[in-house]
Write a protein that binds this ligand. Structure first.
Ligand SMILES: Cc1ncc(COP(=O)(O)O)c(C=O)c1O
Length: 387
């Protein structure tokens, strides 16, 4: 803190100067993240209603009503308009809440996840003191069902399936997990933090994507994040439970708040009402058609990327993509060296063990892909010249 106060201009200049090397989700060179630049209307809504704290529910009954409508709309998208849930800080909190709810209901301490699970599940298991059994994935990088079944023991209470893995956007065989969980009376949580806003629209476009949501009877809960493909500002994650009953052991009663007695089923107590309002705004402003158009455009750009990659001998997709995420690898050179050289050229690259992840979000246009391809060809020539 400064001893004397600064003018707003001075403060802004200092902030801008410190942030001058930060990247922006608006720019094409951030080709790898799952978060999107929030729609400008979502930003307007967020700033107009910045003071709303849905943690103090009775002080803001209107926001509570909007949250109920948001959950019902998302539930509708996921084949269960009667779902119960909340808009939370992100996919991490959403995943945590599901595991917390089921640990409390079952009194057990073991969960099963695929090796592709997001690290938020490991963080949650650590906080909740859970044993986490990690199951291998098959050649398509989907959870091995037979191995998952073998891993079940008397202490197991939940299996987590992923609908849009972090590394490649793969969808686990959720229908088979659903059958398994029904057979062994386990909870099934689906992490569709990224895929939740993509898969339903791809289905409508006749892409061959598997069922993953409440239409499958064994699915107990779903993480779906508006701050990823939902075009909403951070923080906006979503947790949907099949019914309210599933949250009864994580419902905390609070009596001292200004609005009077309330009950919370989230981890965070004071919670951004502006996030809820921005999500409600986007779901209604863009509507189904708007999201459909966005996904359609992303898929066109994906096809363009695949077409361009096909022309480069040294590069290829690590496997056929499931959704708008493509893993690029090299048949000839070290992918880490390629990724580092692309970072030196100003690209923000997500690097996994064997591939670079490219997430086709609205800011990643055909023009961006062309410029990416141009730069990566230069990188490949430099590497070749050094050999
Ligand atoms: C599949 C999946 N689940 C959960 C998360 C965590 O989401 P957040 O960063 O919003 O907490 C991510 C983040 O990328 C993810 O890819």
């Amino acid at each position: 803190m400064n001893r004397t106060s600064l003018s707003k201009t001075e403060v802004l200049e200092l902030i801008r100067s410190t942030l001058k090397h930060d990247k922006s989700y608006k720019k094409g060179n951030v080709i790898s993240t799952m978060c999107t630049y929030p729609d400008t209307f979502a930003q307007e809504l967020f700033s107009e209603f910045i003071d709303r704290n849905i943690g103090d529910a009775n002080l803001f009954p209107g926001v509570v009503e909007l949250e109920r409508e948001v959950i019902s709309s998302l539930g509708d998208l996921l084949h269960n308009p009667n779902a119960f849930g909340n808009i939370v800080t992100g996919g991490t909190e959403a995943n945590f809440l599901a595991l917390w709810a089921y640990r409390e209901l079952s009194g057990k301490h073991t969960i099963i996840v695929p090796e592709t699970a997001h690290f938020s599940l490991y963080k949650s298991a650590n906080i909740l003191n859970l044993n986490i059994k990690t199951v291998h994935v098959n050649k398509d990088r989907q959870i091995d069902i037979a191995e998952a079944e073998k891993a079940i023991d008397d202490d197991t209470f939940c299996i987590v399936g992923i609908a849009g893995t972090t590394e490649l956007g793969v969808i686990d065989p959720i229908a088979e997990l659903s059958d398994l969980c029904i057979k062994f009376k386990l909870y099934l949580h689906i992490d569709a933090a990224f895929g939740g806003f993509v898969i339903p629209f791809m289905k409508d476009m006749n892409y061959d994507v598997a069922d993953f949501d409440f239409a499958l009877p064994g699915v107990s809960s779903i993480t779906i994040d508006p701050h990823k493909m939902g075009m909403c500002p951070i923080p906006a994650g979503g947790i949907l439970f099949r019914n309210k009953e599933l949250t009864k052991k994580i419902e905390w009663s609070v009596s001292y708040l200004s609005g009077g007695h309330t009950a919370q089923t989230t981890f965070v107590s004071s919670r951004s009402g502006a996030s809820v309002i921005a999500v409600w705004g986007m779901l209604n402003y863009l509507g189904y058609e708007g999201y459909n158009d966005i996904i359609k455009r992303c898929m066109h750009v994906r096809e363009h990327l695949l077409f361009e990659l096909d022309k480069i001998e040294e590069l290829c997709p690590i496997q056929p993509p499931t959704m708008n995420i493509v893993g690029v690898t090299s048949t000839k050179y070290n992918i880490v060296e390629i990724a580092e050289a692309m970072r030196d050229k100003g690209w923000a690259i997500s690097l996994f063990t064997e591939h670079m992840r490219i997430v086709l979000r609205p800011s990643v246009t055909k023009k961006v892909i062309n410029s990416f391809i141009h730069d990566i060809k230069e990188v490949l020539s430099c590497i070749q010249a050094k050999i």
